[in-house]
Design a protein around this ligand. Structure first.
Ligand code: 3PG
Ligand code: MG
Length: 398
């Protein structure tokens, strides 16, 4: 581990600069999914309980250095106040005199929210001067933004070197969950990787075949593997130019002893839409005008059997076109199976990635998973075996 937690810090009377990820979806000014906000509440509450003064630093969207009202963090105040059950004050800039004044007049029990760090163009350049200006506002740095830890930015990386630094509760939970899934997992360990394209998950697949016992591939990317095996996939989404790469991944898996599971039967339609007429066919019988939108019941049986034998599961990406009924069937059924095994204490089931969490929520399985990451890109990079700069900066700190 090598990083400190809030328990290692003396917080009483201290201004604690907390880097959070509250990059939540907004529709006409209203937060449509407050998960990320609710998940940082324990950190804020623990700092307040220890007599500390939480000062939140966060980005919102990608304003590229422009001050844009529709990307102001001010809009999130009501949701933050509900989650923290306390008053949230606001400073219209994340550095400077106004922010200093707000930080020094913060009352016990209150939280200060600083404006979008990305209103400064230098934030995303990991600029040390911007980090130094931020450091003036606090005595301690606490990073609770695992989902932004793949970015080396002033507020996630440079700042961690300027103040005594620690991980927040959510950061701790994310790192522990991921460590138990891929770092030192109970075996057998199974990964489910789905989604549209092999090209976006190449490094991920390459890393996983070295680490997991079973690699279940679903979604559009499974089609590319079927093509690599010489099968026809009709008019299905497939990256035909990636077929040699898919073949190399299969060859590597052969060497490492990782078993790759592709669909043995497929749900085929002619149209990419909900309730399109469809049929179940063996994977080697996709018609020329057929489009594969889901894995079939035989495949699902194989997947369920593997889940039964597994001790650990890590899941990223849906198995089919889950946004269209009934092509969410394999994803839903497999997710519910994993959830039941997790609930029974037989499986450590961890999932992450934007689409994945949406799919698991839709299936009703999310609540029984052992851990659901709040991260999209950071979860993927972690699964790829990369060092996340935001985490590394915490570990380096004395
Ligand atoms: C996310 O929403 O995935 C994180 O907040 C990171 O945002 P970014 O991709 O704009 O850096
Ligand atoms: Mg992102």
């Amino acid at each position: 581990m090598g990083w400190k937690t809030l328990d290692d810090m003396d917080l009483n009377g201290k201004r604690v600069l907390v880097r959070v990820d509250i990059n939540v979806p907004l529709l006409e000014g209203v937060v449509t999914d407050s998960t990320r906000i609710r998940r940082i509440a324990p950190t804020v509450r623990d700092i307040l309980a220890a007599g500390g003064r939480p000062i939140l630093l966060a980005h919102f969207g990608r304003p590229s250095g422009e001050r844009r009202e529709n990307l102001s963090l001010k809009q999130l105040i009501p949701t933050l106040e509900r989650a923290f059950e306390t008053r949230v004050r606001f400073a219209a800039d994340c550095v400077g005199e106004g922010a200093k004044e707000a930080a020094s007049t913060l009352q016990p029990g209150e939280v200060l929210l600083l404006e979008n760090t990305r209103f400064h163009a230098t934030e995303t350049k990991n600029d040390p001067d911007l980090a130094a200006a931020m450091a003036e506002l606090g005595d301690i740095y606490c990073n609770d933004a695992f989902s932004a830890a793949h970015r080396a930015h002033s507020s996630t990386e440079a700042l961690a070197r300027l103040l005594p630094a620690c991980a927040g509760r959510l950061m701790q939970a994310e790192l522990q969950a991921l460590e138990s899934a891929l770092g030192a997992p109970n075996r057998p360990v199974t990964a489910v990787v789905g989604g549209a394209k092999v090209s976006t998950k190449l490094e991920l697949l390459g890393n996983l075949v070295e680490k997991v016992d079973y690699l279940i591939i679903g979604g559009g990317m499974a089609n590319t593997f079927l093509v690599a095996k010489g099968l026809s996939v009709g008019i299905s989404l497939a990256e035909r130019l990636m077929k040699d790469t898919a073949a190399q991944i299969m060859a590597k898996a052969e060497k490492t002893g990782c078993k790759i599971i592709l669909p043995s039967d497929i749900v085929v339609t002619e149209k990419f839409e909900s309730h399109a007429p469809h049929q179940v066919l063996p994977a080697d019988q996709c018609p020329d005008n057929g489009m594969i939108l889901d894995a079939g019941p035989e495949s699902l049986k194989v997947i369920n059997d593997i889940f039964e034998q597994s001790k650990t599961l890590i899941w990223n990406g849906p198995l089919g076109a889950f946004e269209f009924e009934p092509f969410d069937a394999a994803t839903n059924a497999a997710a519910l199976k994993a959830a039941a095994l997790a609930r029974a204490g037989r499986l450590t089931a961890v999932a992450g990635g934007g689409d994945t969490v949406a799919a698991l929520n839709a299936s009703g399985a999310a609540g029984d998973f052992t851990y659901i990451s709040t991260a999209g890109g950071a979860f993927l990079e972690w699964m790829e075996g990369k060092t996340l700069p935001g985490v590394a900066a915490l570990s380096r700190h004395e």
